[in-house]
Design a protein around this ligand. Structure first.
Ligand SMILES: *[C@@H]1O[C@H](CO)[C@@H](O)[C@H](O)[C@H]1NC(C)=O
Ligand SMILES: *[C@@H]1O[C@H](CO)[C@@H](O)[C@H](O)[C@H]1NC(C)=O
Ligand SMILES: [Zn+2]
Length: 328
């Protein structure tokens, strides 16, 4: 009896230490399916990532996003393998900031990290029309009034994550060479290196920062807190296959991190908004009393830059009657 009990006890201790030692992973008993057993919020109704169905998005024309400090070269940037991903952190103040768009107030940069897959057919967390991208960048910011990430995660508007997708290119993206050479020095879990060159955020981003999807969701890793205003930029960053391969060489305590993306979660009662550029032509704005009440405000503004054909078609249909009206 005693032997049996102590056996159970030892077994329980091993179980607990596996969960707490590794805390979470992407396969087996510490994989995404089991996160909810230890972290209740991972079973919530407003989780991330999601699939964005572009036929269901609501078009909006939000104020411009203001990027502060994104084009400054930053010294002493730390690159860390935390056993789940690679983190890029800024030591020196002031940190880059972001405001505008759907955001109320200033958000301060905390860290950025990446999600990737075993091969180039998958790896992104959010999907667009069920399309996966080989990698995704998350730039995490906390709301300035909350003063720290620790405090911010207690509030529904505590964090914003700027998400960028990657797609393949035949050529190396030169701005990523500094990151990939740092990666070769942090293949072991819990190792850090200081970047040898000053690092500028803008250099690693796509050109078009005006078109993005936005919705309310969660952290995509435990504790899965539902405190994130997501901004998913439509234009991907183009990287060479060889550059993405270097991420797949990073190791956790259990071997190479071959993939670190969470599967998509139900969208539930949420709406995804699609921001189109409000600076092209805004000549046919409608005064619709109904749209005044809803926030973010929906503006019917003309725009066709040859981006997404399906969306531009929808858009054309919604504008056509106004064009006709204006003609007569
Ligand atoms: C890519 O990886 C996934 C997951 O391991 C696998 O199911 C799929 O067959 C792979 N695709 C290719 C083209 O290797
Ligand atoms: C990392 O290692 C490479 C050699 O593999 C070296 O050239 C580089 O300067 C190192 N440090 C950083 C921060 O990239
Ligand atoms: Zn992430």
């Amino acid at each position: 009896m005693c032997v049996l009990l102590s056996g159970v006890l030892i077994y329980t201790l091993i179980q607990v230490s596996t969960i707490h030692g590794e805390d979470f992973g992407y396969d087996g008993v510490i994989g995404p399916k089991y996160w909810g057993e230890t972290y209740r919020e991972c079973r919530g109704k407003h989780q991330s990532p999601i699939n964005i169905n572009i036929l269901r998005v609501k078009q909006v024309a939000l104020p411009d996003i203001v990027f502060i400090g994104f084009d400054d070269p930053i010294d002493d940037v730390h690159v860390t393998n935390n056993g789940h991903t690679v983190l890029i952190e800024v030591e020196n103040e002031p940190h880059p900031r972001v405001s505008g768009g759907p955001l109320d107030g200033n958000y301060v940069f905390s860290q950025m990290h990446f999600h990737w897959g075993d091969n180039d057919t998958l790896g992104s967390e959010d999907k667009i029309n069920h399309r996966s991208f080989p990698m995704e960048l998350h730039m995490v910011f906390y709301k300035e009034v909350y003063k720290s990430v620790k405090e911010a995660v207690k509030h529904p508007d505590g964090l914003t994550v700027l998400a960028f997708f990657y797609e393949l290119d035949r050529h190396n993206h030169p701005a990523y060479d500094d990151i990939t050479s740092a990666l070769t020095n942090v293949t072991d879990p819990h190792s850090t290196v200081v970047m040898s060159q000053p690092f500028s955020f803008l250099n690693i981003l796509p050109l078009d920062l005006r078109r993005y999807f936005t919705y309310k969701g969660s952290l995509t890793t435990p504790p899965c807190s539902e405190v994130v205003i997501w901004l998913d930029f439509e234009q991907p960053v183009r990287l060479a296959h060889e550059q993405i391969e270097i991420f797949r060489e990073l190791r956790s305590a259990n071997g190479k991190i071959r993939h670190n993306f969470r599967p998509i979660q139900p969208i539930g009662d949420r709406t995804v908004f699609y921001n189109v550029d409000n600076n092209y032509f805004t000549y046919n704005e409608i005064d619709d009393p109904d749209t005044e009440k809803t926030k973010p405000k929906q503006k019917k503004s003309g725009h066709n830059s040859g981006g997404n054909i399906q969306l531009n078609m929808i858009y054309l249909f919604s504008v056509l009657p106004i064009l006709v009206k204006n003609h007569y």
